[in-house]
Design a protein around this ligand. Structure first.
Ligand code: ME8
Length: 665
């Protein structure tokens, strides 16, 4: 292993508020980074936000904000959450920062200089949701990745010669450990074997991106922009010597941690860009599965999200960290439920570790005036004492091997096997009975037992600190050991607990959660789901502390009768003409055909739809709405659209063909 360690999370799209799916990747990286630091390795942990591209441009527009204002707010939320959770990142990169822009332009120039970029016309389908060029035919054809309708793009673009890298990439995948777990390798290799086409790496029909050097009519394709964060954050492209030094020191990355849906970008596009730029390749791409909630991937677009704040506020951050790393087999999908969270917390933390800690420490406080007792030199040790010491030594070894192989769940399982063994040892040895006796042999025996328990507790706390940073730091202090950060993991072995150490104040670390905890969490999430999107406070430059307010419950909408409903005349109309309304960013003037007449409607969809793309589209309108004037133009009806995310309109439509003028009932 190298003496430095560079680990990255993906940078998160700011079109969604952070949820525990995002927290999962971040927590896993945080745990790894913490362990590396404890091992004495010079570690750099990067996270940040992905803020350019058409998807973000549209989300901002739908929220009625400028892209900069919108991205400032949501990026601030991510950062504030990581700060609240105590995520130990070394740098939080934003793709809208000057250093990143400079680095991306430098990479673009390098690719150009090395002859891997040419200009050509791109005509084809594009999935805005995945920010991906897709091989499907026809307007609205579903994206093969996510199933959403794709959009036709016909632009003069810059292309990257991806096709030149097929063989080199296939060779790269042969390198053991480049893609982890192994199972993901075949998937990527077969994609590459299927043939690679050159990749369009610029867009010219919108502006929210990094301008292509010397051709500002184009912005850099958002994935080239985003992937470059891994090097720009270190200082790639900077004229500053210090930045250059940091880049030289930490690049290549040791681990790019990603979710399984973005493997292609990290294992095909990214190494190809780096090869073309003659830069070293990352040592590994580590792929995890999805957190499922209510049976499907937790995501904003499905609306099935759970916020980390809810769990942190009710159960504590360590509960969330422990649950995600213990319950989910890393690499596979795993389900989240409040019941499972509370069950796991009570069984492993409140009962097993909590009991070991409180029983051991309170007996030392009670029987030895709060000082770590000296194991007896006169009364013989039992095989039971020896077995615990041996078990602890083995745990140090196996925990490390499993953890360093990304098998967090199994690593924690081994630590809990030690916890279980010590709890059993306590029951078998009944220290409380010995505590009642005053004879020297009983005191000596008691000293050995409690020393054994305290030493095992110390080892469990040391090993699990990367997963349970807050609570193990408290256990450490209660053991009288001061700041756990001073611990050097490579030196950890049995028998180092200093004798006679004065314990800190002994108190419970994991209070048991009851049913009301589940109800509270569910209620908090229901309230959030019902409430309209709350305005979020941008965080300070240092992130820090801002919590999202818990919105008040929304009132139940009143029920209406069928007669009320039939008063609303909903009809199919076809857009004949569409144009922007001068001086109003959000408005489009539409002429729509109802079969019997052509009407003028003024609609607030200009930020989400380009007028030309609406021509010929069949939409649904409320035909009997009283006319009203908008910007001096009469609007005679209202079109129907779903309001998604932060209010982005998505027009209602039909999968089958429907005649113009048909009524909806
Ligand atoms: O993909 N379960 O950003 P993103 C597990 N900006 N992990 C989940 C998850 C879930 N339900 N939902 C999200 C992007 N994630 C790009 C990355 S990198 C150069 C650019 C995790 O915000 C998953 O790891 O949509 C995913 O890879 C990451 O969040 C970022 O998702």
């Amino acid at each position: 292993m190298s003496e430095k360690f560079y680990i990255t999370t993906p940078i998160y799209y700011v079109n969604a508020r952070p949820h525990i799916g995002h927290a999962y990747t971040t927590i896993a990286c945080d745990a790894i980074a913490r362990r590396k630091r404890m091992l004495g390795i010079d570690t750099f942990f990067l996270t940040g936000t992905d803020e350019h591209g058409q998807k973000i441009d549209r989300s901002a527009a739908a929220a009625g904000k400028s892209p900069q204002q919108f991205t400032d707010e949501v990026s601030g939320e991510f950062r504030a959450l990581w700060d609240r959770m105590g995520i130990s990142y070394d740098k939080f990169i934003r793709t809208t920062s000057a250093e990143h822009k400079r680095g991306v332009q430098e990479l673009f120039r390098t690719l150009q200089r090395n002859g891997f970029i040419y200009k050509s016309k791109y005509t084809g389908q594009y999935c805005v949701f995945d920010e991906l060029y897709v091989d499907v035919i026809g307007p609205g054809a579903p994206c093969p990745e996510c199933g959403r309708p794709t959009e036709m793009v016909s632009e003069e673009n810059y292309f990257f010669k991806l096709s030149a890298f097929e063989d080199k990439l296939l060779k790269l995948y042969q390198q053991p450990g480049f893609i982890r777990p192994e199972t993901r390798r075949n998937e990527v290799a077969s994609f590459v074997r299927g043939g690679l086409r050159d990749l369009s790496i610029s867009r010219s029909s919108f502006k929210w991106g990094i301008p292509v050097p010397d051709d500002p009519g184009h912005v850099v394709y958002v994935w080239l922009d985003a992937l470059s964060n891994y090097i720009t954050a270190l200082g790639y492209g900077s004229p500053d010597k210090k930045d250059q030094g940091r880049f030289k020191k930490y690049w290549p990355a040791d681990v790019h941690m990603i979710g399984k849906e973005i493997v292609r970008f990290h294992c095909v596009y990214w190494p190809a860009f780096l090869m073309a730029a003659e830069l070293p390749l990352p040592r590994s791409v580590v792929v995890h599965g999805w957190i499922l909630f209510e049976e499907s991937k937790m995501s904003k677009s499905r609306g099935n999200i759970v916020r980390a704040e809810t769990i942190g506020e009710v159960m504590g951050w360590d509960a969330l960290r422990y649950f995600l790393l213990r319950e989910i087999v890393f690499g596979q999908d795993g389900s989240f439920s409040f019941d499972a969270l509370v069950q796991r917390f009570n069984a492993d933390l409140a009962n097993d570790l909590g009991n070991l800690s409180s029983r051991t420490l309170s007996m030392i406080a009670r029987y030895f005036k709060g000082e770590v007792p000296y194991p007896s030199a006169t009364v013989a040790r039992t095989p039971g004492d020896e077995a615990i010491a041996k078990h602890a030594e083995e745990t140090i070894k196996t925990f490390g091997e499993l953890f360093d192989d990304d098998q967090f769940s199994r690593a924690l399982e081994t630590a809990w096997s030690l916890v279980g063994a010590v709890n059993k040892y306590i029951v078998e040895n009944e220290p409380w009975a010995l505590g009642e006796k005053q004879d020297e042999d009983s005191r000596s025996r008691l000293a050995t037992i409690l020393y054994t328990c305290a030493e095992a507790l110390r080892i469990v706390a040391a090993l699990t600190h990367p997963v349970l940073p807050e609570s193990t730091a408290r256990v450490w202090e209660q053991l009288g050991l001061g700041d756990i950060k001073a611990l050097k993991l490579p030196e950890l072995k049995w028998g180092q607990l200093p004798l006679g150490t004065k314990l800190g104040k002994v108190e419970g670390v994991f209070p048991r959660a009851d049913k009301s905890a589940i109800e509270r969490m569910q209620k908090m999430e229901e309230q959030r789901a019902q409430a309209p999107a709350t305005k979020t406070e941008p965080s300070t430059a240092e992130g820090g502390g801002a919590t999202q307010p818990i919105p008040a419950p929304a009132a139940e909408p009143p029920k209406i009768t069928i007669d009320d409903f039939t008063k609303v005349e909903l009809r199919v109309a076809q857009v004949k003409h569409a144009e922007k309304v001068k001086g109003a960013d959000k408005l489009l003037r539409l002429e729509v055909d109802l079969g019997t007449e052509v009407r003028q409607i003024v609609a607030g969809i200009a930020l989400a739809y380009e007028p030309e793309k609406l021509i010929g589209r069949k939409i649904v309108i409320v035909a009997n709405l009283q006319p009203r004037k908008l910007r001096g133009l009469e609007s005679n009806g209202m079109l129907l659209a779903a309001s998604v995310g932060d209010g982005q309109p998505v027009l209602a439509g039909f999968l089958e063909d429907v005649p113009i003028g048909a009524r909806l009932k």
